[in-house]
Ligand binder design. Sequence first.
Ligand code: URA
Length: 199
Amino acid sequence: MTPPDSNAPAPSMPVPVAGWAEGRPAILGEGPRGAPLMFVGEQPGDEEDRQGHPFVGPAGRLFDRALEAAGIDRKASYVTNAVKHFKYIQRGARRLHQSPDAGDIRLYRPFLVQEVATVSPRFVVALGATATQALMGRKLPLLKLRGQVFEAPEELPAGLPVLITVHPSYLLRLPDPELKRREFERFVAELQFAGRAAR
Ligand code: URA
């Protein structure tokens, strides 16, 4: 009989995403405490994991362009992710992104709730489906609700306004240049709205 592996997680324990399991540092949120505006993304990507900062890869560069077009100073805002480690599968030398599942979101949610309490923003923007699920505490239809503001559930704290919008990587992936341009403009308009609402 094989002896039980004392290092193996107990069956009820959640399995950490690859970046965590491999002992990579968590990529924490960045920005001043008291920032009026908070942005929540999905999870750090390959570049974020290497550089140790959120939103510094391709999606981050698009996000920066959108912030600039919306007249929002990133340094005065707080930028974080629902999941704090890169979830990936190794394929040769490449690390391929994997979307966080409900268990991953649940595992990191207490950190996000704590971040919101510490930063105490006036307005929060959920960038994509994972951020929306983490902030609202349940899965919601992103494209149907895009552009709408919801009140956060009790623990966040209750009533904190959360604007639901797309993740910058959605815009990166759009194949049609005209649609991409229009969707980018819509995204910028949503950020502008958030910027004004946070004042
Ligand atoms: N995508 C995210 O959701 N967050 C990052 O930090 C980078 C890419």
